[in-house]
Design a protein around this ligand. Sequence first.
Ligand SMILES: [Zn+2]
Ligand SMILES: [Zn+2]
Length: 252
Amino acid sequence: MLKEFFFKHLNLYSWLKKNQSCLLCEGETNHLRGWIFCSHCLADLPWLPHTCLQCGIDITQAYQKCGTCLSQPPYFDHTVTIFAYARPISQMLIQYKYHGHLYYLPTFSDMLALKIMTHYKKNHRPLPDLILPVPLSISRLKHRGFNQSLEVSKSLSRALGVPYDENVLVRTRDTRMQAGLSLKQRRANLKGAFNFKSANKIYRLVKNKRIALVDDVLTTGATLDILAKLLKEAGARSVDNWVLARTLATIS
Ligand SMILES: [Zn+2]
Ligand SMILES: [Zn+2]
């Protein structure tokens, strides 16, 4: 156990020892917010300057929503994201999720919190009432040791003053890994995979509430769409996605 902990955090220790230099080039971070990047690497990150209001896909500034959201709108209302799922962010999120590099979290969640505040102000919408992390199945949680979406939710909750609840949604069964599946395959794969933990309690918690679903990456949006449908059917007033990164390539 101790050995496992040590190896998991080995990178953290070496980073702290190196005086918190930039994780990508080892340059000086010297950033007021304590982020893990220097200003040059920060400028080179795959930022998403203009995205579809609803699904977060990269679109030209002339439009508010993408063609897919206009013709076949998903159940969720808005998506706030910071990065395209491209290098080095994609690699860092894999390290965060599968190798326990939790020390990336303060930087990424601070960036997302800033983007969220700008987004709601710009769109004249109040912040959501409740943050819900996308749940992991029990077996995956045991294997991974933590739910990456719950950790982001906790940080965002602190930064924004919006409560989070990890006991609303439950993943009722394990599904095949979603990577490499088309949207249609993902929907079929996810059928019946999520539910509420306790129907009565949830009705009270969710009805007429503005909900924010938190996940690390939005790929096709199939998971978030299924959860948004579930929440809307339970009376949620709106369901928004808060995600760190968004894949841009179309998966056919
Ligand atoms: Zn750098
Ligand atoms: Zn869209």
